[in-house]
Design a binder for this molecule. Structure first.
Ligand code: IMP
Ligand code: MG
Length: 181
């Protein structure tokens, strides 16, 4: 695997984002909502670096692909959702790739009447976006490569890597031989 961001670089990027968030919301309480599962590592580090009173929750969203549509409707499992009505909410996700996921989740969250709603992502992939929406806080811009680690997965593996790495063809072959057997 080719390492794109080291553990130290990731730590600095998350701290940078935490400071930015803390200054935007200075004097306010925030409600931070992490999108499962990719955001868990970022959320764990981010909440400990933001010096503000906060509530923390997670959101389970899945995309169902219909028979005739190429992109399924997004369904939020609200059993896990904490109440965000009247709150200053920050939605946290791992990566903004085409942007369809984040745009849809943001749209759905507005139905719960937050007082304010912004988004924060660890990564934004260069040149991939297909929507007219940009995340409010971005820790890193990365090239158009498939990345894993620090919460991001390939077939549910590699989320635990402390660094961010790009998967190369040899890695995919290795994965297929070792983890799919
Ligand atoms: P989008 O809707 O195209 O922005 O895709 C967002 C989702 O696709 C993310 O929340 C990730 O789960 C997944 N994804 C996109 N790019 C990558 C990647 O490079 N590595 C791992 N997951 C990715
Ligand atoms: Mg994912």
């Amino acid at each position: 695997m080719k390492i794109l961001l080291t553990k130290e670089e990731l730590q600095h990027g998350v701290e940078r984002m935490a400071k930015e968030i803390a200054s935007v919301y200075a004097g306010h309480q925030i409600t931070l909502v992490g999108v499962l599962t990719g955001s868990i590592v970022l959320v764990a580090d981010l909440i400990r670096a933001i010096d503000l009173p906060m509530r923390v929750g997670v959101l389970d969203a899945s995309s169902y692909r219909g028979a005739t549509t190429t992109r399924g409707e997004l369904v939020i499992n609200s059993d896990l959702m904490l109440d965000i009505s009247g709150r200053d909410v920050i939605l946290v996700d791992d990566i903004f790739d085409t942007g369809h996921t984040l745009k849809k989740v943001m749209h759905k969250l507005r139905d719960f009447n937050p007082k304010s709603l912004r988004s924060a992502v660890l990564l934004r992939k260069h040149g991939r976006e297909e929507v007219d929406y940009v995340p409010d806080f971005v820790a890193f811009n990365i090239p158009d490569e498939f990345v894993v680690g620090f919460g991001l997965d390939y077939e549910d593996m590699y989320r635990n890597l402390p660094y961010l790495a790009a998967l190369e063809p040899a890695d995919l072959e290795h994965h297929a031989n070792v983890h799919r057997a």
